[in-house]
Design a protein around this ligand. Structure first.
Ligand code: PLP
Length: 405
């Protein structure tokens, strides 16, 4: 038997509703009564286990989802937030104070990049953006004020894979926190088991998977999660990025099918990436031998879930990218939309959408071509049929001819 199975861990949890319901009851309350006045003051001092005080702190529904996500990531604890950005900003502000420094991958989610680049300097927290696949460059940018190495397991939108084991050794050597955004690779990679200190998710994407909710999660040690929720000094408690209990309940129900969905997303993406490469297109996918970190990813990943649902396709110019995306939407092959993890394929030109926070010259330097389309491949039942229809769109818009000219 495998030592760690993220999905078995989730499935081993048993939550019943108040009346024996197969789903836990939803806690539809912002505040909670105490049987005695002393229990109330003790709870504010953090002394009473299992007492709820106010739903910005936590709620039973949020704890169910948090517990399931902690099980998934193999961490002691977790806390859910109103959005992925709510999780990211809370962690950054909890760990880093005025005068501190962050070493971050330069290929990260546009919102995270904007927060580090434009918002944190106002609080005197500076960030060095580095090529996270170049460990020497990462180490060289560490200063005496550095508190954190920040990266995404699989980066947005270039799909570079971070060597989490090596980064965690570097973090330990310099006494830093390794914080990893695992949004692109839930179940597939378990950052904490590879040495990360904190794992973050945008639940909005694969984990919820139905593009009807925004949410985030922070997974880490009991001590760190308690510090985030501390009534006197916790970023989650004081900044208030609290998930609503109704949402926590609905996301927990969707989490139940995550393993099946991830397998299908990966299977479909692997198929398309292979076909597109054969067709001479410029495609980046961690499941292809041609991907620079294919071997590394194979070593890091948990079995059964493949290489993920995202593909980056470079069709050279933004004009061609736009033409192709419009043609595919017209043919009902997917939607021209940001976000990912939906049952339907979603595509966007990253340079002019989700990564538009990154200035053009920096986009160029990191290899983000203006013609780069990010695909989040859907759960199509017959992916060969999808491929053939997409090929028609590529022929019609001249993308295929351009690639082979
Ligand atoms: C979407 C996303 C986020 C932000 O999450 P929200 O739920 O939209 O706030 C952070 N990181 C990655 C990798 C994302 O894809």
């Amino acid at each position: 038997m495998k030592e760690f199975s993220a999905v078995n861990n989730i499935q081993d949890l048993q939550f019943f509703g108040e009346f024996g319901g197969v789903n836990p009851s939803i806690s539809d309350s912002s505040t909670y009564t105490f049987l005695t006045a002393k229990a109330m003051s003790d709870t504010f001092e953090g002394k009473t286990e299992g007492c709820y005080l106010y739903s910005r702190h936590t709620s039973p529904s949020n704890l169910y989802l948090s517990q399931a996500l902690a099980q998934m990531e193999g961490t002691e604890s977790a806390n859910v937030t109103a959005s992925g950005m709510g999780a990211i900003t809370s962690v950054l502000l909890q760990v880093c104070k005025s005068g501190d420094h962050i070493v971050s991958s330069r290929t990260i989610y546009g919102g995270t990049y904007a927060f580090m680049k434009n918002f944190l300097p106002g609080l005197k927290i500076d960030t060095s953006f580095v090529d996270i696949t170049n460990l020497e460059a990462v180490e060289a940018s560490i200063t005496e004020n550095t508190r954190m190495i920040y990266c995404e397991t699989v980066s947005n939108p270039l799909l570079e894979v971070a060597d989490l084991t090596a980064l965690s050794e570097l973090a330990k050597k310099h006494n830093l926190q390794l914080v990893v955004d695992n949004t692109f690779s839930p179940l597939m990679v378990s950052p904490n088991l590879l040495g990360a200190d904190v794992t973050i998710h945008s639940l909005t994407k694969f984990i919820n998977g139905s593009s009807d909710a925004v949410g985030g999660a922070i997974c880490g040690t009991e001590d760190f999660i308690n510090r985030l929720k501390d009534v006197n000094s916790g970023a989650c408690m004081l900044l208030g990025p609290t998930m609503d209990s109704l949402r926590a309940a609905s996301i927990l129900k969707n989490l139940r099918t995550l393993h099946l969905r991830m397998k299908k997303h990966s299977e479909n993406a692997q198929y398309l990436a292979e076909r597109w490469e054969e067709d001479g297109l410029k495609v980046k996918y961690p499941g292809l031998q041609s991907h620079p970190q294919h071997e590394l990813f194979s070593e890091m990943m948990n079995e059964d879930y493949g290489f993920g649902g995202l593909i980056a396709l470079d069709v050279k110019t933004v004009e061609k990218a736009n033409e192709l995306m419009e043609a595919m939407q017209e043919a009902n092959l997917g939607y021209l939309a940001v976000s990912l993890g939906f049952y339907k394929t979603l595509f966007c030109a990253s340079g002019t959408s989700t990564s538009s926070e990154i200035p053009e010259d920096e986009q160029k330097e990191m290899g983000l071509s203006p013609g780069l389309i990010r695909f989040s491949i859907g759960l199509d039942h017959d992916i060969e049929r999808t491929y053939l229809k997409m090929r028609e769109c590529m022929e019609k818009t001249g993308v295929l001819q351009l690639a082979n000219s």
